[in-house]
Design a protein. Structure first.
Length: 126
């Protein structure tokens, strides 16, 4: 597995392209914090997209998942410092890691599930 760092000046384009390529892939978002330890924040929702906001003094990355009113979440990473992508041997992406200024790491891992199977993975809402 190859891990490479994405330079800050490429974040916006990288996440735009990455989002288009991986939209609908089911994700797991894990946060590792010096204060709180290892926490799984999201598990089993499809990726809507990832965006980097670095203009007008902003400095954050947003991971949007779900894509349905009853199952939609946005995980915001404040003050990101470094971004890495882990690529599997089969020329596919395996994970994205983001390190924040405070030392918190956010890890997005995913696997592709055919679109016709995604609906049965989303939570039922009465």
């Amino acid at each position: 597995m190859l891990t490479r760092e994405i330079p800050r000046n490429e974040w916006i384009k990288f996440f735009d392209d990455f989002s288009k390529q991986h939209q609908g892939w089911v994700v797991i978002v894990e946060v590792i914090s010096p204060e709180l330890g290892d926490q799984e924040e999201i598990n089993g929702l499809p990726l809507v997209g990832i965006s980097a906001d670095a203009k007008d003094g902003e400095n954050r990355i947003e991971i949007m998942v779900g894509g349905k009113p009853e199952a939609h979440l946005t995980h915001i990473i404040e003050s990101p410092k470094r971004v890495w992508v882990k690529e599997a041997e089969e020329e596919a992406h395996e994970a994205v890691d983001v390190e924040s200024e405070d030392g918190t790491k956010t890890i997005l891992r995913f696997r592709h599930i055919p679109p016709d199977e995604v609906d049965r993975l989303l939570p039922d809402v009465a």
